[in-house]
Write a protein that binds this ligand. Structure first.
Ligand code: ACO
Length: 321
């Protein structure tokens, strides 16, 4: 049995902040942001939370699959921006949507989180432990971004995406290739809240997201094609046999470089970063759900999903829709 996606959903905050709005906060311009990244706007949470967006995306995925929340057996939320340190966002979603029979937990793998959750779900489904899983990627990155740092704050957005996977004999996940390299954790990180207690020094500051953008860029253009090629080889497929390449939406130039390296046309790599920015773990499931909504995904289509991010972490998978 393989894990097959049978329903998708997404949720974006109501407030849309375009590049001109950001130029009122830091010394930047629409021209710089859109030329260097492909991002023109992003949605930022004012009222929404990681939980509320997760629940909305989850409900949409369940509804589109005509599936009851109480029948969900495994519920995983990939996030680095849960609303609480504990309990997990997954347990909160469990209550919110009524998935009362599910085993629920979070995964912290930054922008690769959704792929990691798919990897875990596949293992449980293949082993026969569970027959289905509700996977959510959700982030409120606006709360960990330093809004005085123009090199990072222009890149990120908030949102959530969800996918319901069930055991299937036809299609589904054909192959995967994932990895982590903790040696490079300091290329992209966010310290936790200050640890102030009678045993610790006072005056620690709250951490914000810090990134060596060029190192991440180099890592991405080197590693993403490699893991896609590895996943394709495991599935016995060539790039030209793939209908769509759905990549993590961090930077248009990274996606163009990957397309070139694989010898594929840019049109095969749909993008939504122009409207959503980089939503980390939510990026892949949001784009997947939007493509599903627009009728771009057809039964039998072969699709590559690939992402990379803090950790460092990366991954690719090939699936048949
Ligand atoms: N507006 C205007 N100027 C800016 C801005 C800005 N928002 N940000 C940086 N600049 C300036 C810099 O200060 C620098 O000026 P200088 O030449 O006077 O020193 C100049 O623009 C060039 O800066 P670079 O950092 O060299 O720009 P680069 O072309 O490398 O683009 C970017 C930067 C967009 C961050 C790129 O490196 C990138 O996309 N890297 C990958 C980042 C990424 O994918 N991160 C997500 C990882 S996923 C996750 O886990 C969250």
């Amino acid at each position: 049995m393989r894990a097959k996606i049978i329903g998708t959903g997404y949720s974006l905050p109501a407030f849309r902040a375009d590049n001109d709005y950001l130029a009122t906060l830091v010394d930047t311009s629409d021209e710089w942001i859109s030329e260097r990244t492909g991002i023109r706007a992003r949605h930022l949470a004012k009222e929404e939370t990681t939980l509320s967006m997760s629940a909305e995306a989850a409900r949409m995925a369940l509804e589109r699959a005509n599936f009851r929340a109480e029948d969900v057996e495994l519920l995983i939320v990939a996030t680095i921006t849960g609303d609480m340190d504990t309990p997990s966002t997954a347990c909160q979603v469990q209550k919110e949507i009524g998935a009362k029979h599910a085993l629920a937990f979070d995964i912290n793998a930054a922008c690769s989180g959704f792929l990691y959750s798919l990897h875990v779900a596949e293992a449980f489904i293949e082993s026969g432990t569970y027959r289905n899983a509700l996977l959510i990627g959700a982030e409120t990155l606006s709360k960990i971004v330093d809004w005085t740092d123009r090199t990072t704050c222009v890149l990120f957005g908030d949102g959530a995406g969800a996918a319901l996977v069930t055991a299937s004999e036809n299609g589904g996940l054909l192959s995967q290739s994932l990895g982590s390299n903790g040696e490079k954790w300091d290329v992209l990180f966010c310290e936790g809240r200050p640890n102030e207690n009678p045993l610790r020094a006072k005056g620690q500051k709250c951490g914000y997201l810090k990134m060596d953008g060029q190192e991440v860029f180099k890592f991405a253009v080197r590693t993403v094609p490699q893991c896609i090629e590895d996943a394709l080889a495991k599935a016995g497929l060539k790039p030209e046999e793939i209908d769509l390449f759905i990549l993590h939406q961090a930077n248009k130039r990274i996606i163009q470089a990957v397309a070139k390296r694989l010898g594929m046309a840019e049109e095969e790599f749909p993008m939504n970063m122009d409207e959503c920015g980089n939503t980390s773990a939510a990026s892949l499931p949001i784009l997947l759900a939007q493509l599903d909504e627009r009728g771009r995904l057809h039964p039998g289509d072969r699709i590559v999903l690939s992402g990379f991010g803090a950790g460092l972490t990366w991954g690719a998978c090939v699936l048949e829709w």
